[in-house]
Design a protein around this ligand. Structure first.
Ligand SMILES: Cc1cc2nc3c(=O)[nH]c(=O)nc-3n(C[C@H](O)[C@H](O)[C@H](O)COP(=O)(O)O)c2cc1C
Length: 500
């Protein structure tokens, strides 16, 4: 295949004829524009140019082979002609950089004494686009709001005079000890938040000994992330109890789905957390505004949103209500898939995104080892229940699930005391997402460590004030859930009880 001239690539820079260069190779991505989960505009902005650096902020380069159609590859670009490629503006607004002259001053990390301080710091220094990615939620934001509100609708019933000078905050997740009953939730494309991406997050986690679940949609490859984990462990003399688990988005293509599980196993991840609340991407409102602005900026004002989202000739589009099926999210997943997944994966299996008692029961029946009650940080279904509400439903309608499975919660958790509430109600541990992401964005791994300290300090103080010295002493009668229970869904007499 003879090399292609940079000048030739530069000519193909419109929405009807769009080439880009990735890793010194030219690709015709015209047909992929409408399928790109991040919108067409970001690709069009890089049309006719070398998009490698921009691409690497979001995905490992291996994605090119995984998700671009095979016939997109045009050939290598002649290295002597790179200068003739279309030059895109190096927009500082795209760079996660604290040296951005427009950025506000970053507060000293010691000024972060509560988790919301990390959001304020990240908002001050992150590019607008990165902040929107981290903070956005579904539709009107009602699911996110409920997540945040419900933690304070449960209150404590503390006991006094209990000799609580020393407290033990340790907890095990699938047998793996952790100094605290919280872990870092999986979050995709951390490269858009910090140039060190997932490895930087992992370094912070290992130094503090907390577990972390890594996303399928990570910027860095599963192997690279695991390598960082081992390097950091080695540096610390193998002293950290941290383990990495893997969040699995089931690829649409079955062969790829199997290959991915095998890769995760080879890498040594300790558990598979299958995300089930994302058959399609929720409506990320703030992201939509940004995409529309980007589209307008590259001259896509004549395209109606509906046309772009219809996915053109995508075979699945009609069945999907006009939305394309994207490579990483599989709307076709069913409970039966757990059967082949179980054959491929013999370690702990968790369903991430369980939102009602019936599905908690089904997860148990299908042999899962754990469930994560979650509405994806309020980013998926509009007006979804908070994890706490789902936990109350499980306690009411199928409490045996709590003694048979490890049960995790996430969403809106901003205070170590809230972790305690979840544990009192039977949770094994709690996932924390955005606070760690903001901490990473503002301060790198030092911020991640600080965020652990903030939550740990609140947790320790909370335990003493609640009157307990170990997490095994957490009991349901230590919390008042009446206000939430009042809102809880109730089946018509008998109907659901018999199904559960
Ligand atoms: C920026 C961002 C990216 C996320 N990416 C993923 C992902 O790739 N896979 C996944 O299962 N969940 C993902 N989540 C959801 C989190 O795992 C978790 O459920 C949620 O963030 C918890 O809510 P919190 O952020 O309020 O703590 C993401 C959340 C955020 C904020």
């Amino acid at each position: 295949m003879s090399p292609i001239d940079g000048a030739e690539v530069a000519k193909h820079s419109s929405k009807n004829d769009c080439w880009i260069v990735l890793d010194s190779k030219a690709y015709d991505v015209t047909s992929f524009l409408s399928e790109h989960p991040g919108g067409a505009a970001i690709i069009l902005k890089n049309a006719g140019s070398d998009a490698t650096e921009e691409f690497k902020k979001y995905h490992p380069l291996s994605y090119v082979d995984d998700y671009l159609p095979k016939d997109a590859f045009l050939g290598p670009v002649d290295p002597n002609t790179f200068g003739q490629l279309r030059q895109t503006k190096d927009e500082t607004s795209q760079k996660p950089s604290h040296t951005d002259p427009n950025a506000k001053e970053l507060p000293h990390v010691s000024l972060c004494v509560s988790t919301p301080d990390f959001e304020a710091a990240a908002k001050a220094v992150l590019p607008h686009k990165s902040y929107i990615y981290a903070s956005c939620s579904a539709n009107t934001g009602a699911s996110l709001k409920r997540n945040l509100d419900d933690w304070s609708r449960v209150t404590f019933r503390p006991r006094v005079m209990r000799n609580v000078g020393q407290v033990d905050t340790r907890r095990r997740i699938f047998g793996h000890s952790s100094p605290y009953p919280f872990y870092i939730s999986p979050m995709g494309t951390m490269g858009a938040i910090h140039e060190g991406a997932e490895p930087e997050m992992v370094r912070g986690a290992v130094r503090k000994g907390i577990h972390s679940v890594m996303s399928t949609a990570s910027t860095k490859s599963s192997e690279q992330i695991m390598q960082t984990y081992h390097d950091e462990q080695k540096r610390l003399g193998g002293a950290s109890p941290t383990q990495l688990f893997y969040q699995y988005y089931m690829p649409v293509d079955h062969t790829k789905a199997v290959e991915l599980i095998r890769l995760v196993k080879r890498c040594g991840y300790k558990g598979l957390w299958i995300t089930v609340d994302t058959p399609v991407l929720g409506k990320r409102t703030a992201d939509r505004y940004l995409q529309a602005e980007e589209a307008l900026a590259v001259g896509l004002e004549e395209e109606s949103t509906a046309e772009w989202e219809a996915g053109g000739d995508n075979a699945f589009a009609p069945a999907m209500g006009g939305r394309p099926v994207q490579g990483q999210l599989s709307p076709h997943t069913t409970w039966q898939d757990l059967e082949w997944i179980r054959k491929e994966w013999d370690g702990p299996l968790v369903l991430k995104g369980v939102q009602c008692a019936e599905d908690a029961r089904l997860a148990m029946d299908y042999g899962c080892d754990g469930i994560l009650l979650s509405n994806h940080g309020g980013r998926q279904l509009h007006t979804a229940p908070s994890a706490l509400m789902t936990l109350l439903e499980i306690r009411t309608y199928c409490p045996d699930v709590l003694s048979k499975l490890e049960v995790f919660l996430d969403g809106g958790l901003l205070d170590g005391n809230d972790v305690l509430k979840a544990l009192c109600l039977g949770a094994t541990a709690v996932g924390v997402g955005r606070p760690f992401l903001y901490a990473l964005g503002a301060y790198g791994s030092k911020g991640v460590e600080r965020c652990v300290d903030v939550l740990a300090d609140e947790l320790q103080t909370g335990m003493s004030l609640l009157g307990i010295t170990s997490l095994d002493q957490c009991r349901p009668d230590m919390v008042n859930t009446r206000r939430l229970l009042n809102d809880m869904w109730r089946p018509e007499e008998g109907s659901v009880r018999s199904k559960l």
